[in-house]
Design a binder for this molecule. Structure first.
Ligand code: BGC
Length: 902
């Protein structure tokens, strides 16, 4: 007998199934599941019909009404441990916005208030709220929910969300006061670049609320002129710049002005942003001039929580930064974002926390406060509420820290929408960043509803641009109106990645029009299949791109874009087949075949060279399946390995090449090259930043440069998940959990036993229950592999190289397999000046010695040697035109090294 451990009721994005929610449960089990609905009228029981054979069902009862009911599931007569409250959800609300009659400056916050008399016995009540901006609602001074930054950021002109809060416990009979504090939030933010700044949606915030008394009176109170508005303690608020409050201020009330109704959609299925965790500081330091420096020891998105003692009129200021630079807060990377909270205090003790802003920071500095008056300080981690589903761990501390950093960057950037970074004057839903990161995010957290909601906005923005997907969603800047590869491809690749992770066909159904429209927009833009015109961001931030021109990557823009045109068209074909849309599938198949041929004709030579001879180009072509046959793919792979080797196993890829490079190397059997690249600690590499004390994933490979200075580029964030897309590879190929079928109904177990690791493993809480895979070395010859599979799931263990190929079902399984340990250390053949640079590079010790010697002899020579790809080049080639002394010293250094190592 298997009990139901967990089940959920899904009302769909924007309450599309509002009165007939879908039911999902785990673990999956072929036996009958009975739903029990308890209403005032009694208990109704019905057997559930599985949707598509999965542990998911459509609503079996009559439409839900407004009165709450309770739902439980039963299997073999045993009820689930929990019951869930359900009630019909209204999908749309014509929200009557009100505003301040006389705002004195742009984006002026205000408080709206209404007194409401409740008759005894009026019973249950809900308060529905939305805002052009962000709000905090209270009833009789108590918060109606713990949600912050509500109702979140959506593409406001097309989509605004509201939420119903149960306020029954907050109301009393007699007079009650509803108050809503409103700030402009994202609605009035000054989005933009350089001089192109300003309000994108509106100049002033607005709010709409509706109290429903569900008892006998049935009274409804909505925002209108009978509400009062006033300026409360909050005098200024901005997402980028912070919040200013005068805690002494009392509002002057005036009648509200109606701003007209706006259509709002029910946010019931969309995760709310909440305070998630409190962090005690790693250190609190008093600086010589009295400033107080707080180090959280962890880069986060959120704010400070302070308890202070003050005298009336004291002004406390908190500034925030991710890094220190020369002992001071590094504010330059924040660009325009002031990230500053201010409070004017009353006498006595105050608790200070901002509410309508957030900051990306590890360090904060307080002024206006004596150390002894700071009673308490902590960091408050704020992000969308997501259920953690995936874990990963190994014996390699740096790799573990990298993974931890990627998790923290997910947490810091899943704040209402998937953002690029949480700190500077940006925090936008860059489509390319989440496009490469979705597979990782969908393993770490249940992001179905979070990204499902964002995809609604993507489709709406796309529709406004006639099929073209903007580079940010929401798109407050509207600066790019032609298709941009890899960024716009989010329209196809994000829904597909969600489908692969959750097996949820609904996301494909919902997004199908958007997916088709994107592929058609690209087809119109480049009908012959070669996408070599228009604005492109390319292999963004590859390490060769100049600090001030991150789009000038090494890889040809047309090659990258055409590869993505193929990727999306071929993925669309698969999606269409899943949905049984045969005509659409045929069209997409024809288009992807056309693009593939065009790609091969334009960019690929007959012996497997790409015209853009870069690691990113080969990696993408291999993983996307652009090679005409296996032979050519092998040749491309050999060249890829050669390029990685000659770069000294350092990264040469940007946002696009990085997610696929390790997969590409494995696909062509270059396991050792992959391992050396993955475990590299010199810059640029994944682990370099870990050695530099990073606590989140960086935007640039060298956001902090090896000389300890912060990268001077205009874009230098220390909290960007894009390059962290490698975690998906870690989960699938280092631990070995991959979906063999969408939603992990069948799991592919195919770990690579890295030479540098003693053990590795991962756990994933799938819709069917937990999957666990772990391996560890028994001795120098053997590895023990364990696999745990839940009910109704099967796994394919596919390790032919280790003599193990197996199909297994539910339960725990273990094997001991052959996995002889080899050394990855390659020793260069040292032959004086005739030693090859490429060979030296493979030998970390020899390479360091040579570079150190060169730096002492002629620094610019060392730099050139570093930059030299070195295929076929010897040391002699590099010093041919140098003085005899330099040549002799270098030859001597090599001899000394040879003697030392002999
Ligand atoms: C963002 C990136 C984004 C890029 C594209 C940057 O400023 O931070 O992550 O994808 O712009 O232009």
């Amino acid at each position: 007998m298997t009990l139901i451990n967990r089940f959920e009721v899904d009302y769909g994005i924007d309450a599309e199934w509002g009165r007939r929610p879908r039911i999902r449960w785990a673990p999956d089990h072929p036996g009958a599941v009975v739903a029990c609905l308890k209403t005032e009228g009694g208990v109704e029981r019905l057997e559930l019909d599985r949707l598509g054979g999965k542990a998911e069902s459509e609503w079996p009862f009559a439409d839900l009404g407004d009165a709450p009911a309770r739902l439980a599931l039963e299997r073999e007569g045993v009820p689930s441990a929990e019951e869930i409250e359900v009630r019909g959800q209204e999908a749309v609300w014509e929200a009557p916005l009100i505003g301040h009659p006389d705002p004195s400056h742009g984006a002026m916050p205000f408080v709206a208030r209404r007194r409401v008399t409740v008759e005894p016995g009026d019973g249950r009540a809900t308060l529905r709220v939305t805002a052009h901006g962000v709000y905090r609602a209270t009833v009789n001074g108590r918060d109606v929910s713990d949600e912050v930054l509500a109702p979140g950021w959506t593409s406001y002109p097309q989509r605004l969300l509201f939420r119903d809060h149960d306020v029954t416990p907050l109301l009393k009979s007699g007079e009650n006061v509803i108050e809503v504090e409103v700030a402009g939030g994202w609605y009035t933010e000054d989005f933009g670049h350089l001089d192109n700044l300003g309000y994108r949606y509106g100049e002033q915030p607005g709010v709409a609320a509706r109290l429903d008394l569900l008892g006998p009176s049935g009274a409804v109170v909505e925002t209108d002129e009978t509400w009062e508005v006033g300026s409360g303690t909050l005098t200024y608020a901005s997402i980028y710049h912070g919040e200013t409050r005068d805690l002494r201020r009392v509002p002057q009330w005036a009648p509200a002005v109606p701003l007209g109704p706006v259509r709002a959609a029910n946010a019931v299925g969309v995760p709310a942003v909440r305070r998630q965790q409190r962090l005690a500081p790693a250190s609190i330091e008093e600086l010589a001039d009295g400033r107080i420096r707080v180090d959280l020891g962890q880069n986060i998105a959120g704010w400070l929580h302070l308890r202070v003692r003050g005298r009336e009129g004291d002004v406390v200021i908190a500034r925030h930064a991710e890094m220190l630079d020369d002992g001071e807060l590094a504010l330059r990377p924040l660009r325009r974002a002031r990230a500053e909270d201010r409070w004017t205090l009353p006498d006595g003790e105050s608790v200070l926390e901002p509410h309508h802003t957030y900051h990306g920071f590890r360090y904060a500095e307080l002024t206006g406060l004596r150390r002894e008056d700071l009673i308490d300080v902590s960091g408050v981690v704020v992000h969308s509420d997501l259920r953690r589903t995936g874990e990963f761990t190994t014996s390699h501390p740096l790799l573990n820290q990298l993974h931890r950093n990627i998790v923290w960057s997910t947490r810091s950037n899943f704040v209402s929408i998937p953002t690029d970074c949480p700190q500077r004057d940006e925090r936008l839903g860059w489509t390319g960043d989440i496009q490469v990161f979705t597979p990782t995010a969908a393993f770490l957290y249940d992001v179905r509803a979070f990204l499902g909601s964002w995809l609604r906005d993507l489709e709406l923005e796309q529709r406004a641009l006639g099929g073209v997907v903007p580079t940010t969603v929401p798109d407050p800047i509207l600066d790019i109106r032609t298709p941009t590869a890899a960024w716009g491809d989010a329209a196809v690749l994000v829904p597909w990645a969600l489908y692969e992770a959750y097996g949820d066909v609904a996301v494909l159904e919902r997004q199908f029009t958007s997916m088709v429209d994107w592929v058609e927009a690209v087809t119109r833009w480049c009908p012959d299949g070669i996408w070599d015109r228009g604005y492109q961001l390319g292999d963004w931030l590859d390490p060769a791109a100049p600090a001030d021109d991150p789009g000038r990557s090494m890889t040809d823009l047309g090659l990258l874009a055409t590869a993505y045109a193929y990727r999306s068209a071929s993925t669309l074909e698969r999606a269409a087949r899943v949905l049984g849309r045969n005509e659409a599938a045929e069209r997409a198949a024809a288009r992807s075949a056309q693009v593939k041929r065009a790609f091969q004709r334009r960019y690929l030579t007959s012996d497997g060279r790409l015209v853009s001879d870069t690691a990113s180009a080969y990696a993408m072509a291999i993983v996307f399946g652009l090679a005409p046959d296996d032979g050519i793919e092998q040749a491309m792979g050999a060249r890829l390995a050669e390029l990685v080797r000659s770069a000294g196993f350092r990264m040469t890829t940007g946002f696009l090449g990085t997610p696929v490079i390790c997969d590409a190397l494995l696909a062509v059997g270059e396991v050792d090259v992959m391992e050396r690249l993955l475990l590299q600690t010199d810059s640029p590499s994944w682990l370099y930043q870990v050695t530099q004390g990073a606590t989140t994933m960086w935007e640039r490979w060298d956001s902090l440069r090896p000389d300890g200075t912060i990268n001077p580029g205009e874009m230098t964030s220390f909290n960007h998940y894009a390059l962290g897309s490698i975690a998906d590879f870690l989960h699938r190929r280092i631990a070995g959990i991959a979906p063999a079928e969408p939603g992990y109904r069948r799991v592919l177990v195919q770990p690579v036993f890295l030479q540098g690791l003693e053990h590795a493993g991962a756990a994933l809480d799938t819709a069917h229950g937990p999957v666990r895979v772990a391996w560890s070395r028994v001795d120098s010859e053997r590895v023990r592999l364990t696999v745990e599979i839940p009910h109704a799931v099967e796994a394919t263990v596919d390790l032919p190289g280790h003599g193990l190929v197996a199909e297994v079902a539910e339960g725990s399984h273990a094997w001991i397999v052959r996995a002889p340990r080899r050394s990855l250390d390659r020793r260069a053949r040292l032959c004086g000046l005739d030693t090859e640079i490429a060979e030296l590079r493979e030998d970390g010790e020899a390479w360091d010695d040579v570079i150190t010697t060169m730096s002492a002899l002629a620094p610019e020579l060392a730099e050139r040697t570093h930059a030299d790809r070195g295929v076929g080049t010897t040391l002699r080639d590099l010093v041919r035109y140098r003085s005899r002394e330099i040549q002799a010293s270098l030859a001597e250094a090599i001899d000394r090294l040879e003697v030392r190592r002999a």
